[in-house]
Design a protein around this ligand. Structure first.
Ligand code: HEM
Ligand SMILES: [Ca+2]
Ligand SMILES: [Ca+2]
Length: 307
């Protein structure tokens, strides 16, 4: 194999060129079809990339179901609100039909995020492939590695740094919160008993309408959009919102009070092209975190179970 210097194969562009030349096209077609049936699948693919790649590796550990001897990462509180997992199976089936046991679930996580970003009018991002799938779930690591809803920005920056993602790329990746939603359970502590003074008062009024009680029923689907104006577009509105004190999570709002991150927020708010370039760089870094390659791991037949 290539890269004998490191003793380990690396990810490469178009890894499936010979073994499954249509793989990337099939995934893109599935992501596109799913987007037209359920637009929020595109949002889910983006969040999946984050939750998979920060836990150990981009290795589809996130997708494993709870079975004998496996506790799913999805069952953690940190995965609250994650949805559309069943449609990953549709993508995987289409790929398996063309090329049995060739394309990893980990690459499906990466490429579906890439194609989802395009559906959300974000940038097209070239990504390497050749990731392999974990043989286990890391549910014991989720709480430590996936930031909680009220995590501080300082902790998030140092955690991202530890996997090779610099401050500017981290600020750009948080721009993912320009799409999707936050459930009231993750918001109410900023609203009750008193409103966090970093939230714009009129915006707080609106959020209290969306989340009328301090103890929302976790089963009730009460939520607020991440970005009221363009909730399904991956634009730089997120940065303009946080500059106007309309950030939903503590980590979002702290981007403007931290002197290390504020300059990037201003740059991204002013220049969507620049934001998209940095977001692309961030997604590449995130998607290349500690991959399994060569004969490590396996190619799962079904993304929900080890072979
Ligand atoms: C680093 C600190 C981060 C924290 C603390 C955080 C936390 C959260 C929380 C609490 C939610 C709402 C879940 C719910 O109530 O349904 C959420 C949603 C979301 N997050 Fe993050 N997140 C972070 C970073 C990221 C990154 C880096 C990405 C992707 C690159 C991302 C993508 C998303 C997406 C797309 C949603 C919307 C999901 C949906 O509507 O289904 N987040 N995040
Ligand atoms: Ca993982
Ligand atoms: Ca938006």
């Amino acid at each position: 194999l290539k890269n004998c210097k490191t003793g380990r194969a690396e990810l490469q562009m178009n890894y499936y060129a010979k073994s499954c030349p249509k793989a990337e096209e099939i995934i893109k077609q599935q992501v596109t079809e799913l987007y037209y049936e359920h637009g929020n699948t595109a949002v889910s693919w983006l969040r999946n990339l984050f939750h998979d790649c920060v836990v150990q590796s981009c290795d589809a550990s996130l997708l494993l179901e709870t079975t004998v001897g496996v506790e799913s990462e999805k069952d953690s509180d940190r995965s609250f609100g994650m949805r559309n997992f069943k449609y990953v199976n549709k993508i995987k089936s289409a790929v398996e039909n063309a090329c049995p046991q060739t394309v990893s679930c980990a690459d499906i996580v990466a490429l579906s995020a890439r194609d989802g970003i395009v559906m959300l009018k974000g940038p097209h991002i070239d990504l390497k492939t050749g990731r392999r799938d974990s043989k286990m779930s890391y549910s014991n690591l989720v709480e430590e590695l996936v930031p909680k809803h009220n995590e501080s920005l300082v902790n998030v920056l140092s955690r991202f740094k530890s996997i090779g993602i610099d401050t500017e790329a981290t600020v750009a990746l948080l721009g993912a919160h320009s799409v999707g939603r936050v459930h009231c359970v993750n918001l109410v502590e900023r609203l009750y008993p008193t409103v966090d003074r970093t939230i714009d008062p009129n915006y707080a009024q609106y959020l209290k309408v969306r989340c009328p009680t301090p103890n929302p029923d976790p089963e009730a689907v009460l939520y607020s959009r991440n970005d009221r104006e363009t909730p399904m577009i991956l634009d730089n509105m997120y940065y303009r919102n946080v500059l106007e004190h309309k950030g939903l999570l503590i980590v979002d709002q702290e981007l403007v009070s931290n002197p290390l991150t504020l300059p990037y927020v201003k740059k991204f708010a002013a220049d969507i092209k620049y934001f998209h370039d940095q977001f692309s760089r961030g997604i590449r870094l995130l998607s290349e975190n500690n991959p399994l390659t060569a004969n490590q791991g396996e190619i799962r037949k079904d993304c929900r179970y080890v072979n």
